[in-house]
Design a protein around this ligand. Structure first.
Ligand SMILES: Cc1cc2nc3c(=O)[nH]c(=O)nc-3n(C[C@H](O)[C@H](O)[C@H](O)COP(=O)(O)OP(=O)(O)OC[C@H]3O[C@@H](n4cnc5c(N)ncnc54)[C@H](O)[C@@H]3O)c2cc1C
Length: 1010
């Protein structure tokens, strides 16, 4: 049976007594040499009266505090009994904050008294200074050791008191700085973390996302701890914040998702409505009915312990008693909204608005900035049949006849802090929310020319918990973008569907005009979408191995947050997280392992759902403006990318020639700049990984598929004595769990293999393996490629036939001795393929104008060759086959233009379809001896270098090719890219440390769209 801890008055009072006794014991050792002192955390008070506990800023302040939230009417005293070590004279310090000081230079409205046995300390607290301070209350006489301390509010305007400290040491002032203050608190309270238990899953944050995560996992048999820093479940959908649920549930492809959302759903919709609209008790009953959930209400998680890349435990602090509990688990779910746990654990996160460049989103900013959507202090007034007054409240923001908001309530449009930091500035953001509500209401009630209209209205409810929409977003294996949603990009791990519009908030221009820089009202701009399933990979951290996330802190861009943040959607995310956690437990894997190896199990669970009511109707308020038609994503282009497989160890020939651990990465690592400004070495972002490993290959396949690359064309080698460099394809690519996400095909690299790894200018160029093969070897090749590759379901077909490309036509013809014999050999492969149940072979020829490799001879009469040999298409391998690079540096765009001239010619002259090439760059200097001199005209691998091949220019080239193909109705829409990974030729899409994923993203931005 799991330990169940409930927050109730009894427990809090007990813990409080323990705490206060503890404080006194710790502070007064028997020798009694130290001056007497007494420290009181006010949130400990046994009778809170009308004061409330505010924990929202605990991460900045180190503690919760008591808040006199009376909406203009002083609240009832908070009282507690304490025991002084001795009678006598003490100096009293009260930790407080004059909260209007950021806007008003003078005594503030948050005034309160501290009463000792009913007698006020002379100093009035809370109205002075301009930051959190220990306000000095002077000397007080303590006449009994047992004393009643009271907080006596004087205004009802959010006076705040964090702690009270009495000391007989006249020279001592308690510390202010964050670390010193924290140390002081611990010294005073003596609190140490206790064991909170061991669970299968620890969920932090009891908003809709957190509740659904916990319930889903619990129903699937996991022992779950649900940790929440408030006394009420539901987050923004609780009676404390009062935001109604939005979006749809029960959507394709998993209509059973949303079952738990339905169970907790309040019947009535509406923001800023009376408390009962939010049916807190329904959420309580739901959680209470799950025996596998241990509830830790009123606990705020604030610390994380890690082991390697995983979280080992988190520690949470009770917001009233300060008690600390440490929870261990193999899995954690960050449902805090702010990504609190992720950030504590060092997870990558994003905050603010991304630029267009970063993800190519049409709605994104031109330039990134720190702006977020704001937070809301919602409020409403009530009409009575008698008049009521409201105090004059003027603390730095001046309303008048023109700018007063003539309203009786404020819901989502009352929004503050868009230009501030929603984490570090959050108290100020909330306070500004309070300030504008009170100031506006005060004007309406006291000064407005039409104040009679408001005479019978009373300010009935103002939230002191500010509702957040946006802060930090934790980065997962996929960052969901606007393009994914709008273009309906299919991901294999599609999960819960988001249906709300892309709804982004901006300062209301009318409000900006009236309150420049001090806006408190917003507008929303909506872009309706068709329900779009969020990839599961957005729901776990990229770099913290055992961290899930659900809620508004998942892996999305600012623009995509516009849709996913609504609570019916965040609830479904939670359901998926609970399901994935159960797969993790069952299969003993981490969240990523579910995607990599157990996606089917997760899909089965999503199909079934964990709700109790099945897909029955649900209260259908606030569904949002969803499109009825699914966008048709006609991806009419095929993007193939050459893959050069010399980045693995263990190839038999390489082992013999270079050693067991050699791969071409050695040349990448050794590369050095050969002239001023030369950018070498290139450093792979994914490390010098071994492509023979299916896990390594899986990462490449996902990145390719996610970025609109449809096929790899492997450079493929086979000599008279058998294959070469084949382990990458056969052991890596074909064994990767996700191999079918993209297609593959072969370009027979049938040139001589010469020793250029590295080559020293002036030395003999040794041919290691002859590209020419005997007709017998060719026969073997036919059988090998057909039976090993062509028949695979993910072999790339063009016109229904397997694409097979030949690199060197001269060598190819030499194999057979004549064009006629060559044609017969090609037909032979076609026949064999048909015999194997295929439709034939699509023979493609790589054509070059300039030789690159030392052994290359330029083919003559290309048109004749293609015709006689009946090739089905032609293509190019790399631009520099058609554009000389004579200089040390050669501008990318000028090489591009020369290639384009070739393409135009080829199109007209070749007589077969020509598949254009886009080259990412060129720099073969890593293949030269780095210790000897280098000149660009020594001959390959000593060649000039392409510069200015920025991701932007690469993208322009892709777009030019796309546009040109689009306007040509006769040519198939196929392009190839040089290259996925020619690192030692300076042409690669794989991410490096300088440009990250930008080249790959460029492919998606151009070809991933309709
Ligand atoms: C005014 C307003 C109007 C909105 N309108 C709508 C609407 O109409 N419909 C809709 O669906 N959405 C709406 N939204 C958006 C939506 O409410 C949020 O995006 C939503 O709260 C996200 O849910 P969540 O579960 O991620 O986070 P939350 O609801 O914020 O829940 C997270 C919970 O975790 C707790 N927590 C945080 N840190 C810790 C910690 N360290 N330890 C323990 N507990 C912690 C918090 O106290 C909080 O209660 C609105 C938001 C606002 C502010």
């Amino acid at each position: 049976m799991l330990k169940r801890i409930k927050s109730n008055c009894e427990l809090a009072a007990n813990l409080k007594n323990v705490c206060l006794q503890l404080i006194i014991i710790v502070l007064f050792p028997a020798c009694n040499l130290q001056p007497a002192e007494l420290f009181i955390e006010t949130e400990n008070f046994s009778d809170k009266g009308g004061w409330v506990v505010d924990q929202q800023f605990i991460d900045q302040a180190g503690s919760s505090y008591m808040l006199a939230h009376g909406m203009g009417q002083p609240v009832k005293d908070a009282v507690t009994e304490v025991k002084f070590p001795s009678k006598g004279t003490y100096r009293i310090f009260v930790r407080t904050f004059n909260w209007t000081s950021p806007w008003y230079n003078g005594k503030g409205p948050g005034k309160f008294n501290v009463l000792i046995d009913g007698k006020p300390v002379e100093t009035v607290f809370g109205d002075d200074g301009n930051s959190w301070i220990w306000q000095d209350g002077g000397k007080v006489q303590i006449e009994n050791t047992k004393v009643k301390i009271s907080l006596h509010d004087l205004t009802g305007f959010n006076g705040r008191c964090d702690a009270i400290y009495f000391t007989q040491d006249s020279a001592f002032v308690p510390p202010d700085g964050a670390d010193a203050l924290t140390a002081f608190r611990y010294r005073q309270t003596g609190i140490k973390p206790k064991n909170g238990g061991k669970f299968d899953l620890v969920v932090i944050g009891g908003g809709v996302a957190g509740i659904c995560s916990a319930v889903s996992a619990a129903r699937l048999g996991l022992k779950v701890a649900l940790i929440h820093d408030r006394p009420v479940w539901g987050g923004n959908n609780s009676s404390e914040v009062r935001v109604h649920l939005g979006g749809r549930i029960a959507l394709d492809p998993y209509p059973e998702l949303g079952g738990i959302v339905k169970e907790l759903s309040p019947e009535k919709g509406g923001n800023a409505q009376p408390a009962n609209f939010y049916e807190d008790e329904k959420k309580t009953a739901l959680i209470d009915s799950e025996p596998n959930i241990a509830q830790f209400m009123n606990y705020r998680a604030f610390a994380v312990k890690k082991q390697g890349n995983a979280i080992k435990s988190i520690t949470a602090k009770h917001i009233e008693t300060g008690e600390e509990l440490e929870f261990s688990s193999p899995l954690f779910a960050d449902c805090t909204g702010d990504g609190v746990i992720g950030v504590l654990a060092g997870a990558q996160f994003m905050m603010g608005r991304e630029s267009k460049d970063e993800f190519g989103e049409p709605t994104a900013q031109e330039v990134s900035d720190k702006m977020t959507m704001g937070s809301s202090v919602q409020w409403y007034s009530k009409i009575n049949d008698y008049p009521s007054t409201f105090p004059v409240f003027r603390y730095g923001i001046n309303f008048n006849e023109e700018n007063v908001q003539k309203v009786t309530m404020g819901e989502w449009t009352w929004e503050t802090g868009m230009n501030l930091d929603q984490i570090t500035d959050f108290e100020r953001i909330r306070d500004y929310g309070l300030l504008v509500v009170y100031s506006n209401w005060s004007f309406l009630k006291n000064e407005f020319s039409e104040k009679e209209k408001y005479a019978n209205r009373k300010l009935e409810w103002v939230a002191y918990l500010s509702g957040k929409r946006e802060s930090r977003r934790l980065v997962g294996d996929i960052i969901l973008t606007e393009n994914d949603i709008v273009d309906y990009v299919d991901y294999p791990d599609a999960s819960a569907s988001t249906s709300w519009s892309i709804d982004l908030h901006y300062p209301d221009p009318a409000n900006t005009k009236q309150f420049p820089g001090g806006e408190f009202k917003s507008i929303a701009v909506h872009q309706n979408i068709y329900p779009y399933p969020i990839p599961y990979r957005c729901l776990y951290s990229r770099n913290v191995d055992n961290l899930f996330m659900a809620g508004r802190n998942i892996s999305v861009t600012h623009v995509a947050l516009g849709t996913v943040r609504v609570m019916r959607t965040t609830g479904m995310m939670g359901e998926v997280v609970g399901m994935a956690a159960s797969v993790c437990k069952q299969k003993n894997v981490k969240p990523r392992g579910v995607y990599e190896n157990h996606l089917d199990e997760l899909k089965n669970l999503m199909k079934k759902g964990v709700g109790k009511e099945g897909s029955t109707p649900y209260p259908d308020y606030n569904l949002g403006g969803t499109l009825k038609e699914k966008p048709v994503r006609e991806k009419t282009f095929t993007v193939a990318c050459y893959y050069f497989p010399n980045y693995h160890t263990g190839d038999t020939r390489n082992v013999k020639a270079k050693g067991a651990n050699w791969s071409e990465w050695e040349l990448v690592k050794a590369a050095r700049p050969r002239f001023e400004g030369h950018q070498q070495p290139k450093v792979p972002l994914w490390g010098y990984s071994d492509e023979r490993d299916p896990q390594v290959m899986a990462q490449k396949i996902d990145a390719a598929a996610d970025n609109a690359v449809d096929a790899f064309i492997f450079d493929w080698y086979y000599y008279d004595d058998g294959p070469f460099l084949n382990k990458c394809l056969e052991e890596g690519f074909l064994k990767a769990y996700n191999t079918e996400r993209i297609k593959f095909s072969l370009m027979w690299a049938n040139h001589d293999w010469i020793e250029i790894h590295p080559y020293t200018h002036g030395t003999e160029q040794k041919t290691l393996y002859q590209g020419k093969v005997t007709p017998e070897t060719y026969n073997k090749i036919c059988d090998y490629v057909i039976n090993k590759y062509f028949i695979k379901p993910n072999y790339w077909m063009v016109d229904g036939k397997p694409y097979f490309s030949v690199y060197d036509i001269q060598k190819f013809v030499e194999n057979f001795g004549s064009l006629e014999a060559t044609k017969a050999a090609m037909d032979k492969m076609r026949e064999k393929a048909i015999a194997a149940g295929l439709k034939g072979v699509h023979w493609n020829l790589v054509v070059w104008g300039n030789p690159v490799l030392p052994v290359e001879k330029v083919p003559e009469n290309v048109h004749e060759l293609l015709k006689i040999l009946s090739f089905d298409s032609a293509t190019s391998y790399v631009w520099i086959h058609h554009a000389y690079i004579q200089e040390t540096t050669n501008d990318y765009n000028s090489i591009r233009d020369k290639y384009m001239l070739h393409w135009n010619k080829a199109k007209k002259e070749y007589g077969v379809p020509y598949f254009p090439n886009v080259t990412m760059g060129w720099d073969s200097s890593p293949r030269t001896n780095q210790t000897k001199d280098w000149k660009p005209d020594y001959g390959y691998p000593y060649t000039g270098i392409i510069t200015n091949n920025t991701p932007e220019n690469f993208k322009i080239a892709l777009q030019m090719v796309k546009d040109s193909l689009q306007s040509d109705l006769n040519n198939p829409r196929i392009i190839n890219i040089n290259c996925w990974n020619e690192w030692t030729e300076g042409s690669y899409l794989e991410p490096d440390t300088a440009n990250g994923m930008k080249y790959l993203n460029a492919v998606r931005e151009v070809f991933g769209r309709r």
